[in-house]
Design a protein around this ligand. Sequence first.
Ligand SMILES: Nc1ncnc2c1ncn2[C@@H]1O[C@H](COP(=O)(O)OP(=O)(O)OP(=O)(O)O)[C@@H](O)[C@H]1O
Length: 477
Amino acid sequence: MEPVFSNNNANGLTTEIVDTLIPLFEETSAGAIAVDCEARITWINRFYAHVLGVSDPAALIGKPIIEIIPASRMHEVVRTGVPILLDIMELRDLHLVVTRLPVHDARGEVTGAVAFVLFDDLQPLTPLIAKYRRLQQELSAARRALARRTTRYDLSDFVGASPGALEVKRRARLAARRNVPVLLLGETGTGKEVLAQAIHAASPRADRPFVGVNVAAVPENLLEAEFFGVSPGAYTGADKRTREGKFQLADGGTLFLDEVGDMPLPLQAKILRALQEREVEPLGSNAVKAVDVRVIAATSRDLDAMVAEGSFRSDLYYRLNVLQIHVPPLRERLNDIGVLCEALLEELAAGGEIRADITPEALQLLSRHHWPGNVRELRNVLEQAITLAEDPSYIDIADLLPVLPNNTWHSERPVIIENGIQPLSAVLAEAEQAAIHNALRLTGGNKSQAARLLGISRSVLYEKLRKVSETPDICLE
Ligand SMILES: Nc1ncnc2c1ncn2[C@@H]1O[C@H](COP(=O)(O)OP(=O)(O)OP(=O)(O)O)[C@@H](O)[C@H]1O
């Protein structure tokens, strides 16, 4: 056997050497442990098992080390093959000075790692440990503050109490606890980005970056550089400095792939490889870089259909679709319109505006709209209504009609059509509502002017507006 550090033994510690040393560690080390290439425990000495509160070391064999020692960094050593020669590790109320070394087979492949506790009695180092602890706390506070700058939302920002909204929140809380890919499906404006940020903010990665990429918004030829980065001089005109890709920027945190259904097929293959191998290769570089990201993907497109027609890779779909959250459209949770308006009006007032109230009739009217743009559209409608309202402290039907898209506010009403003929009452009612709508739109919501244009009094106009909101056939959840 070659001596451990001889020139002939370029790979350092080999399996053979470790096997020889293990009886020595068993007796002399304050703590020693070995893992395989998946960071599962393969051996642990009796003393270390005792420190962990386990009387029989055999009971720990085969378990992922991270489950037994949460602060362990052995998975990094087996992934990168790089030793961590000196580190302070917290284990319950102990501070241990440890060293971790990769173990190689004869071909130089990493087959596992060993770690030893160098000191377990740090009493003499108490001042140093206290300083280290304070610096650690400051570091995580700084990281949290930095991460808060990358996310605006937490779960309380996803407003809604309908069964559909509550199920979304339940699944989002589950997603925050589990380090698995999440796929958010739902129409535009339903709150998928709000949820992605909220899941990150409630996860153990909260103090690391949240990095979002809107795939649909980046030109196709720039997407690869955007995700994987560019090394200096990668192509003519490339930057002289290294440009990090989104994978690297999100290292340790969450990568949000927005509009993932718009990703071109060649890029899908590269993203899949990066997720499987947990490493990226910047453009123009031969070196790969290890990355640790949690992916949350979102789309408003029908990914199942895209997989079936071959425009989305099935293997990437399965990789992303581990925990799926379907975010319902607003028209399927119309009961939430009231609380949503409350929250959105509060948010709009935070921009220095007067906090507007909304009348029950106006809410009723909003519940009859189809909302193809979902909560984003509702926010826009409220914002426009406040801007145009005669009195910006409350929103009434007359303030909404000019800003609600034409012909959607009475489209829910079932009209019986036989042989192409509608009842005269329905035709007249529709014509009347359309005339009121147009008059209010033309006058920017000014009821006096609208009444004058329509040739009716202001009070008659009010009466007719009240009737609009009372139309009974509203489809509530
Ligand atoms: N449940 C909700 N509660 C409060 N605000 C919401 C909710 N859903 C959406 N919003 C608001 O609507 C707007 C759009 O939300 P968001 O960008 O998360 O939607 P999205 O589903 O990601 O849309 P797109 O698919 O178009 O990217 C934001 O202003 C957000 O604050």
